[in-house]
Write a protein that binds this ligand. Structure first.
Ligand code: NAD
Length: 456
């Protein structure tokens, strides 16, 4: 596989792909090694994860540069991802012991009966991952999986292969046996080969199209399946906001990481009373975003990780304009080498336009005016997805009343594009099934065992 820098089309590295045979061999080794890993005292597993965390902190600059060169994330944002990883790992370190602890849920007074729940790892799990936040979405799976005693077959995205290989090396350096964590590289066919192994759980992060294919493939196997998929995340700006502050927050939520976040703001509905002022402020903020070389610290918008997405975005603009939207800035690929798309704002959008229906995964936003909270709720729910949604209002209770009615796994009041390790990350509808993060995201790697203990 050739790894090409999306900012300038330069060859970064050539990597030998795994094959069906190397994937099967890695599975066999993981199966053999997992029981000993599960029996390793928890304190040792915790120590290995702490070591991994500290290595990531120490090597931050080098790891960030690797990510920037292979998928185009601006260097400051790559460093931010690595900085924030520490907090996620610390959450798992703090909470895994109590989640793993045995619970006595009933004890008869005369000692004749105890009822106890213990927690066992699933066994060997497949972790097929996306490229947009490879450190975050990978860690959401492999950190709690390893802490709870599972072995992991990790398939990073082909657009984050070098990062995936570094992750494997760091686990070995941190003391996790090579057979307990295997990085398997290649395109989708290698992901499919990983999922085909007789694993005990499949944890996938990626698009709905691939997630659905995986769900169909594993459905007869009665194994744990989690799918963290795409979104078309809406936000509603009510008529009582500080327009400038809302515009600044939402422009960042729409365009950070080039809009390539699963929870990027993808649609904005704004109350007609503030629509004009909001749109003007939004365009003003977007025009201030610096597009350029992702290795420069001041760059805010880098290239898209996947060149094909340029055509998708241009198609969305064309479709929206043909259906009556007003293109206020951007709307085309940037006039420079690499896969750059100008940050784009379309006003007067409607839910009939592709920019308001299909996941864009780029620096583009459609804005639509609405007459009431009810209309906003109806339009926000008019989607196949349900990952996140938000409402901006000075009245928190009003925002909460709006968001109670929106079908999404995460809702934001006066915020967007935010993930907390303390809260479950979970999708509704085509955004997926299952949860990572929070204590739900630790239990996801465990199966309960029910004990009925009678006196002999
Ligand atoms: P993708 O579906 O193209 O690829 C994801 C992974 O699946 C890659 O490793 C790929 O090689 C592998 N794959 C492809 N075909 C496969 C198959 N048939 N069987 C098994 N594996 C296969 O997604 P992507 O482009 O890497 O990521 C972008 C998508 O991920 C967006 O839709 C985004 O919203 C979503 N995402 C969701 C979350 C979340 O937490 N909900 C987080 C990040 C990204």
């Amino acid at each position: 596989m050739k790894i090409v820098n999306p900012a300038n089309d330069a060859l970064v590295a050539e990597v030998k792909d795994d094959s069906a045979a190397t994937v099967a061999a890695a599975y066999e080794r993981a199966r053999a090694a997992q029981p000993a890993w599960a029996r390793t005292p928890l304190a040792e597993r915790l120590a290995a994860v702490k070591h991994f965390r500290d290595l990531v902190t120490k090597r931050r600059d080098e790891l960030a540069l690797t990510l920037t060169r292979e998928m185009g994330k601006p260097i400051t944002q790559a460093q931010n991802e690595l900085n924030a990883l520490r907090g996620r790992i610390d959450f798992f370190l703090t909470h895994t012991p109590s989640v793993l602890a045995e619970e006595t849920v009933f004890s008869q007074e005369d000692g004749a009966l105890d009822e106890v729940i213990s927690h066992e790892p699933l066994g060997v799990v497949a972790n097929v991952s996306a490229w947009n936040y490879p450190w975050f979405v990978g860690s959401n799976v492999f950190v709690p999986a390893l802490l709870t005693g599972n072995a992991v077959l990790y398939k990073p995205s082909e657009h984050a292969t070098l990062t995936g290989q570094r992750i494997g090396e760091l686990w070995r350096e941190a003391g996790v046996p090579a057979d307990v964590f295997a990085t398997l590289v290649g395109e989708g066919v290698i992901g499919a080969a990983v999922v085909e192994q007789p694993v005990d759980g499949v944890f996938f992060t990626g698009s709905y199209a691939t997630g659905r294919r995986i769900a169909e493939r594993v459905s007869s196997r009665m194994i744990r399946l989690q799918l963290e998929l795409g979104g078309k995340d809406p936000t509603y700006v009510t008529d009582d906001v500080d327009v400038r502050a809302a515009a600044e927050s939402l422009a960042d939520g729409a365009m950070y990481n080039g809009g390539q976040s699963c929870c990027s703001v993808e649609r904005i509905y704004v109350h007609r009373a503030v629509e004009q002022a909001f749109v003007e402020a939004f365009v003003d903020v977007v025009k201030g975003f610096k597009l350029g070389d992702p290795e420069e610290k001041a760059t805010y918008i880098g290239p898209l990780a996947r060149r094909e997405q340029l055509d998708v975005l241009e198609g969305q603009v064309e479709d929206a304009v043909a259906k009556g939207a007003r293109l206020l800035t951007g709307g085309r690929r940037a006039d420079r080498p690499g896969a750059f798309f100008e940050p784009t704002v379309l006003a007067g959008a409607t839910n009939a336009m592709r920019v308001m229906r299909d996941e864009s995964f780029g620096p583009i936003i459609g804005i639509a005016g609405v007459a009431s909270d009810d209309e906003a709720v109806a339009l926000m729910n008019d989607t196949e997805y349900g990952l996140t949604a938000g409402a901006y209002s000075k009245d928190r209770a009003r925002a909460a009343r709006i968001l109670e009615r929106v079908h999404a796994g995460t809702v934001y009041v006066n915020a967007c594009d935010r993930v907390s390790p303390r809260l479950p990350w979970t999708g509704r509808k085509h955004s997926g099934i299952g949860s990572t993060l929070s204590t739900y995201g630790i239990r996801a790697f465990l199966q309960p065992k029910a004990w009925h203990k009678k006196a002999g």
